[in-house]
Design a protein around this ligand. Structure first.
Ligand SMILES: [Zn+2]
Length: 446
């Protein structure tokens, strides 16, 4: 399959900076085969040589965004249990969560995926706190991987691992995860990541065991760390260390790890993260909404830590829209650091693209448009007020865009959305299913 994306403005990386140039992008099967720059002149690619031609005039062609931390199945908690303190919120959500079936999680994950595709996300890192293998639909598929498989999305899927409620459950969760991995070996869009939940929900021993599984299988891991002041206080009281040190002592950081949140870090914590090459997925909207404050991003930047960006689940955000997250990240961290250069447009866009790829050990394959990279491509309509005038399109992506400009999306070389119509899913069916689930669980009156 050869696709020509013709005559758009293309967002490229040049000498570690973003650059917008006019040109054609040629996709062959799963990969970007060629990028032909024309510097404003009409391109000469003969359209007859392609299976499909996408007219990209008046559009910006850019790499798909990478959401480095979310819980896709939590879409039905959107605008539910809002305005509660963090641990009260967590308890309210857990009561309903316990009643969700695997099939529920399949449909609710699809709801998040629709929102992601429509706002330019082509890859996400997921932590699912529900059983991952009882949502079977149309064959050997599990909850999130089934949704990823059916939608054409790309993801790094993790089963939320906790052991505070007993050793038996802890073992079961880890085994389920390892079983799930075997179901999807043939699908290159489905990747796996070990996902211990948090220092307050995983014992030292359990994290040590997970760390061993990670190193034996050469796997990535992700974990919530230092999300709230209460967490830091409790870990300090019980173990005499910070959450970062607690995790480091289990040797988890000897593997490639993405920590989410990192809101309350000491200088020593930052030093550990740098030494162990840990990536940090910042989640500004979730942190602010739950009243947890905000990460000291300037400190992380000064230390040279790889910062990527995540939305967190829709229960605490309440969207999966990475454009909103980019804008918020820039404004919040500038405001808190009192420095206009903290998380500038370039830095925020890096966090949402190439830094996510670095964190997932996919540098060169994801997060940028280049020949030989995977064809995860987003095409945005430039004929909208927020892109006029085009003084600086990188700034516009960060400060002006809202995600509704996303017109067409390719993932793994497949067109999954064209002119805002999702081709892989029945949107209406998914909305109906999710509304039905909410009603059945007694979350809303209608
Ligand atoms: Zn989370």
């Amino acid at each position: 399959m050869r696709i020509l994306i013709k005559g758009g403005k293309v967002l490229l990386r040049e000498e570690e900076q973003f650059k917008v140039t006019r040109g054609d992008v040629i996709v062959k099967d799963k990969l970007i085969d060629k990028i032909i720059l024309e510097d404003g002149a009409k391109t000469k690619n003969n359209v007859e040589h392609f299976d499909k031609v996408i007219d990209a005039s008046d559009t910006l062609v850019m790499p798909g965004l990478i959401n480095a931390h979310t819980h896709a199945y939590m879409s039905i908690f959107r605008n539910y249990a809002d305005d509660l303190e963090f641990f009260d919120w967590l308890n309210s959500v857990e009561v309903v969560e316990d009643k969700m079936t695997g099939e529920d999680c399949y449909w609710t994950s699809l709801l998040s995926i629709i929102e992601m595709i429509k706002t330019g996300t082509t890859c996400f890192v997921d932590m699912c706190m529900k059983s991952s293998i009882d949502g079977v639909k149309n064959g050997p598929k599990s909850v999130v991987s089934g949704a990823v498989n059916d939608s054409g999305m790309r993801a790094f899927i993790g089963r939320g691992l906790v052991d505070i409620v007993g050793e038996e459950g802890a073992k079961r969760r880890l085994n389920e995860f390892l079983e799930d991995m075997k179901l999807n070996v043939d699908n290159e869009r489905i990747n796996y990541i070990l996902a211990p939940h948090a220092p307050y929900s995983c014992s030292h021993e359990y994290l040590g065991e997970i760390s061993k599984v990670a190193s034996e299988n050469n796997m990535l891991a992700t974990i919530h760390v230092a999300e709230s002041e209460t967490e830091v206080k409790n870990i300090k009281t019980e173990f005499g260390v910070t959450p970062v040190k607690y995790v480091d002592d289990t040797r988890l950081f000897d593997n490639p790890v993405v920590i989410a949140h990192a809101v309350n870090l000491t200088d020593k914590d930052v030093k550990i993260l740098k030494e162990k090459n840990v990536s940090v997925a910042i989640n500004p909207r979730s942190n602010m909404k739950l009243g947890n404050g905000f990460a000291n991003v300037q400190k992380l930047l000064d230390a040279g830590i790889n910062i990527c960006l995540g939305t967190d689940g829709s229960g605490s955000n309440n969207t999966q829209n990475m454009f909103q997250e980019m804008q918020f990240a820039s404004l919040v961290y500038k405001g808190s650091a009192k420095r206009a250069k903290c998380m500038d447009a370039e830095g925020v866009l890096e966090a949402a693209t190439i830094n996510g790829a670095k964190a997932l050990k996919m540098e060169g394959h994801l997060g940028e448009l280049k020949e030989g990279a995977l064809a995860d491509i987003v095409i945005l309509d430039l004929n909208v007020p927020e892109f006029v005038p085009q003084n600086d399109l990188v700034s516009a992506l960060c400060y002006s865009a809202n995600g509704s400009e996303v017109k067409t999306v390719l993932i793994d070389g497949e067109v999954v959305m064209e002119d805002r119509i999702i081709l892989t899913l029945d949107e209406k069916e998914i909305y109906e299913k999710c509304n039905g689930i909410v009603n059945r669980l007694g979350m809303s009156i209608e």
